[in-house]
Design a protein around this ligand. Structure first.
Ligand code: ARG
Ligand code: ZN
Length: 467
């Protein structure tokens, strides 16, 4: 499910910067070319994603050997051309491509930086569906020290892999349209040495099968998913499965080092998934879950249906945050990274709501405590405009959450919670922008909220007190 982002692209600047490379200029440009653009049009991440097609489904048939750290297999992508295409790109970082086909016929391909450019034997006509297969192998190389993002992507661990890809690490393990504005469904067929568990998104399609010392796990994510939310986390895991009180299937897994956390993790995940379903609207996916690995990432990621916690036992506030992302970020996804507060501000506000629900500090108290910190650096960083060089700045989280609380005080609880449910229903499984949220808030409340949103999201200073 792609979004026509190219309209927002400053084409002149981008084509000048990339004019020597293949496919940099959109086929819809004045040249009337038929090369899919090398980026999907996110002004802050111009190389991410690709133009010219809309990804619909990925089938990833991959083997991973933790001892040699080698990943190999075939990715199949079904997509629809949104323009005539004589070539198009996928994002891929490292790894060696051995063969590419388009609709069954061998296709020429080239590599340049993190772009895999594919030239099918025959031109793909606009509005037609096509299927690409990419056979590849190698030792995945995660992205390291990208601004303040740490290490992310496919990370090898002692016993397997820890795979967390926000914002653009999907390309470290599968060729993809690596940007949240082009969501797709996924199938995963993952083969690992017997004794290793492979965990991906969605549900197991069949029980794992073992042959010749290797076990294959088949997972299916039937709801559209942003590329950064896909995972193939592997290793030794203890698992517990069942259903929440409201009937949502749960898959919880912990590295044996976290043996003592499994039952609480399982129970909390079910309880919080059920609680958010009453606050945010029906749970959008077919199962919920949690994975604790012993890789000390120091962060968690809201992998769709399978939030992952890197090297720590999450307290209920962190679980509440990652599960809130299933609605805000995973089901309703951002269209451009600068709108990241729509994910992190909402998930942080969910932590405050959970605290209040548990009898801890109320959301209003948490808000007041932050508002009293007059020297906090968040006042200088407008959260409605997450910066490429500092995407996960604390302001995007905290001041983003404060924006929602200020809004709630201005429009009242009834309009606020109606708005939240409308937001998740209107954009379920899709993409949205800050402008759309502001418009829906004004429509739902019948109030002009432009001053409030401008002060809270876009000004580099502490807003006046909420009246
Ligand atoms: N979305 C995650 C969370 O707040 C944070 C991901 C951080 N990503 C990174 N590459 N450091 O739950
Ligand atoms: Zn978050």
């Amino acid at each position: 499910l792609g979004v026509a982002l190219s309209l927002a692209l400053p084409l002149a600047g981008v084509s000048a910067a990339c004019s020597a490379s293949e496919g940099a200029v959109s086929g819809r440009g004045p040249g009337g070319g038929t090369q899919g653009a090398a980026g999907i049009g996110d002004p802050d991440f111009p190389e991410d994603g690709n133009g010219g097609y809309d990804a619909e489904h990925y089938d990833l048939a991959l083997s991973y050997d933790p001892a040699s750290r080698r990943l190999s297999g075939t990715a199949t992508l079904r997509a629809t051309a949104v323009q005539d295409l004589t070539s198009f790109d996928l994002d891929l970082h490292g790894l060696t491509v051995s063969r590419v086909t388009v609709d069954g016929a061998a296709a020429r391909f080239g590599r340049r930086a993190d772009e895999l450019t594919i030239s099918p034997a025959t031109r793909i006509a606009r509005n037609t569906k096509f299927e690409v297969t990419v056979a590849y192998a190698g030792v995945p190389d995660p992205i390291r020290n990208y601004a303040n993002l740490g290490t992310y992507g496919f990370i090898a661990t002692q016993d397997g892999s820890f795979v967390t890809c926000e914002p653009n690490g999907a390309k470290t393990w599968y060729p993809s349209n690596d940007h949240p504005s082009d969501k797709a469904t996924y199938g995963f067929t993952i083969t690992v040495p017997a004794g290793v568990t492979a965990i991906a998104n969605g549900e197991l399609a069949s029980p794992p099968s073992t042959n010749d010392g290797r076990t294959t796990f088949v997972w299916q994510e039937r709801h559209p998913m942003a590329s950064y939310l896909a995972t193939m986390t592997t290793g030794r895991f203890e698992t517990r499965t069942g259903k929440s009180a409201a009937g949502i299937p749960i898959y919880a897994a912990v590295d044996p080092a976290f043996h003592g956390s499994l039952d609480t993790l399982y129970t909390r995940t079910g309880q919080i998934t059920d609680y958010w379903s009453t606050v945010f609207g029906p749970y959008p996916f077919s199962s919920t879950g949690a994975v604790v690995d012993d890789y000390a990432a120091g962060y968690a990621l809201e992998n769709q249906t399978k939030p992952i916690y890197g090297g720590f036992t999450p307290d209920s506030g962190v679980i509440a945050h990652e599960l809130a992302h299933q609605w805000f970020g995973d089901s309703v996804s951002i269209t451009r990274w600068k709108d990241l507060w729509l994910n992190e501000g909402f998930a942080t506000y969910a932590e405050w709501l959970w605290s209040e629900h548990e009898g801890g500090s109320t959301a209003d108290t948490v808000f007041r405590n932050y508002y009293a910190k007059t020297a906090d650096p968040m006042w200088g960083y407008p959260p409605g405009r997450a910066q490429r060089a500092d995407l996960f700045n604390g302001s995007v989280y905290t001041r983003g959450a404060m924006t929602l609380h200020a809004l709630r005080r201005q429009i009242g609880d009834s309009a606020f919670f109606t708005l939240i449910k409308k937001w998740t229903a209107t954009h379920q499984y899709g993409n949205a922008t800050t402008e759309q949220f502001i418009a829906l808030a004004q429509q739902t409340s019948g109030k002009d909220l432009s001053g409030l949103f401008d002060a809270w999201l876009f000004q580099p200073r502490r807003p006046a007190p909420v009246t």
